[in-house]
Each structure stands twice: as structure tokens, then as C-alpha cells.
Ligand binder design. Sequence first.
Ligand code: C2O
Ligand code: CU
Length: 485
Amino acid sequence: MSRSRPLSVPVPALFVVLGLASCSSEDKPAAKEPEAKFPEMVGVTFAADENPDPHVVEVSLTAQRAKKDIGGKEVVMMTYNGEAPGPVIRAHVGDEVIVHFDNLLDEPTTIHWHGLRIPDAMDGSPRIQDPVPAKGIYTYRFKVPEAGSFWYHPHVRPFDQIERGLYGMFVVYGKDDPAYDAERYLALDDLRLVNSSVAPPDFSTFPEMMHGRYGDMLITNGQKAELAKGESKRGKVERWRLVNTANARTQRLGIEGAKWRIIGTDGGLLNTPYTPKEIVLPVGQRYDVEVSYDTVGTVKLLSSIAVADGADKVKYVPTQVFAVDVAEGTEAPREIAWPELPVREKRVADAALSLSFNAIQTSDGMVEWQVNGKAHSMDAVGTYKVGQTVKIKLENKLGPEHPFHLHGQFFEILNKPEYPGLKDTVLIPGMETVEVLAYMDNPGRWMAHCHILEHAELGLMSEIVVEGEPGQVSPGLPDHGHGQH
Ligand code: C2O
Ligand code: CU
């Protein structure tokens, strides 16, 4: 196939910020541009919108191997547009998004738009879309139905392709978004290097089969986490969009040195922001956090890392994964007035589903992960009509945790009120059962799997079918969080 589009060149963040002021505001109505400023940050670039139509975002992504400096080591990563993470894609609710995708890898891949309730044909599921072959091209095209923090990544050999850097953030702005002084993107990950190469997948070791791949270096926006730093001034209030892009590691986060609250989850803004003791961010999930710089000093995002403490004990060591130096400013700290978001009632379940997650050891010594006794099930574990509300019981029979992800829909967690809001991913700790209320509002065939990428590869993968006309995302979502906080 002939390749008529030029390769897009990664643009440094600062250039894009300047570019917005000098050209985009001339070609386009100002309303299209998000209001927040984007401070320059290590590892953050933006996808250039090539379409002058204010309601169309047209970008080019090229998957290719490229060298990256990570903590002083030259590492060959898999990248989008030469960057790992790939560029942040930004759109507004209702926009049409067109992504010209070029696969310059030597293996097939797809792009899955994690959390976006788009038609299944565009979802990057290899069960529906033939993977884009090596050196192939594909055009993704969809409308974005709601505001929030999402991300994109491959769904072919994701345990290896995502580990090597193939992921990026996808941000959708809505009319209710409060105006902040700045917005920051934080993709939290870990990486396992052997010398200066990403360690290849290893399904021969029991820990990796049981718990998934843990890296030995924490990385933030693709760079060694301790190098991820920013600057601001006292009185500024920012929105941080966090996503956990690791293969397996749940992040337990805290913020030190500033006032903060969670304002959004996978499914967008919360009706009632809240400040938990810690932010538990399993792989796949997102949190939006409002951070108010009320004092001068260093604001730290800290991740509690379990380290061995003697023979069979672990202790948690707070480790910096991002920091902002806050200088004296002229503005007094201010309160962000929370918008009146539509309040909708929780819908009543009209169907029930039980999924249990278990593992067996096969005769060749491999671990096989199962959903209801089946690995890699191709049969739907549930079939619903569009608009149905399903109470799903997710039962973890063993010790390793499972961040369970349902494509194409949102749900609320029923038996853990400490996690309010709409989600597309939920953590099922070892030996626990979590109940969710899922809003089957988007017709199609949808993957339902563990986001620990090794678990998914070893079988913890199933499918849910929602019958209806494709593209008819019903708007019947409930209140974004009845949190009692
Ligand atoms: Cu983020 Cu099926 O995945
Ligand atoms: Cu799992």
C-alpha cells in the first residue's frame, strides 16, 4: 500500500504551547482550545491537530522503535511518533477524532482507546479488528462521547508492547471542566532493564506468571521517576491527570506539601470531590487530582513501594515519582468553585452476572488464568440489550490481585463506597469479592479482562456482548459518584 502521509514529527511541549497562541487561534475558533496552560514537562508532547475544522481532531500516529535516554541509559523503546509515552491527544466532547496510524514495527499491533465509549469496530480489539500488520496502515475514526482522562495502547502482545513504551494519554474536555492555572499529565509506570535493554517477557518464572511483570525502575512519563519535576508558584491551582500504565504494579500514592482532592475518575468529573488517605491507582485506571499550592516548598507525589524487610516481611517506602518546586507567588491560594454537575439516580440492576477468577497449573508448568473456569474464553460470559444495568460480582479466588477492565462501558463500585465515581477498571484484591453496577449503554462485543497484562495473556480474558445499533451510546449514565465524602 502506498504511503501518502508524511511521518509526523514529535513536537516538544513548549513549542506546542507557543504554537497555540501564534497559529491555531487564527485557524480555529478560540473555543476549541482548552483553557488550561500546559507547563513544560519531561516526556510530555502533544499530537498536532492537522484539521482546521473545530469539531474534528485529526492526528497521525506512527508506531516505530526509537532510542530514548532513560535515566542516562540509551534504551530502544517502542514509540508512537518517536516518543514513549506517545503524544497526548486532546479533543472536546462530541468531536470527531481521526487517527492516521502507521505501523512501522516489525510486528502487528492495534490501538485500543481505553475508556472511550466508541463503537467496537474502532476499539482496537483483535477479536474484531484484524491487527494492523507490520508496515501496514489503518485509520481510526470515532466520536468522543464524554469528557475525562483516557489513554491509548496496543491490544496485541500488550504485555510486551506496552512495557516497551507504546501508550499515550487521551484527554477529552467538556463544558463543565473547571478552569485551572495549569494541567499536568502523569503516566506512571515501571520498567525492567537488563543492561540497557528492556527485559523481554518471561513467562517461565512463577512470580511473573502469578503477579505480572514488575519493573525495577519507576518511570514517570517515560523518564526515571526522580527526574520528573515541575515548577509553579504559591497560589496556583493545577489539575493533574494520573494514569497507571504499568504492566502490573498498583500504585499507592500520596501528595505531600500541598492541598489536594480527587476530582475525577475513569468516567469523568465527580459530583463531590474528596481526599482519601491514599490514592490507590491500579493499572489501567485514572484519577484526576486538583492540587492547590498553598505553601512555598516542594510538592511531592509519593508512591509507596513494597520492599523486603527481612525474610518474610515487607515494608512500604515512600518514593518520589513527581515533584513540583513551588516558589513565592503574588496570588493568594484560592478555592475552585465546584460546578453543579447533573445528578442522576443510580440505576436499578435488571440483570446479574458472576465472574470468578482463578488459576491452574498446566502440565507443562505454566500458569493458566481463568474466568469462570475458562482461559481466553471466546464465548460471551454475558449478553445484554443496550441500556441494561448489570450487577456484576467479581470474585478473586486466589492471592494475586486483578485490576478488572471492561471495554466500552462504565460501572460503579457497589461494595466499596471509598471508591466513588464511574470506572472502567476496578481492583479486585486477593481473596476478595467486589460488586459493580455496570451500565451496558454501548452496543458491541467487548473485552472484559484483567489489566495485569501477563494475566490477560495467560487467559484472564473474556467477552461481554451488548446488543443494539452500533454507535448508539445511550446517555443514561448515573450521577458521577454518590461519595459520602
Ligand atoms: Cu487498557 Cu483491554 O485494555
Ligand atoms: Cu489479574
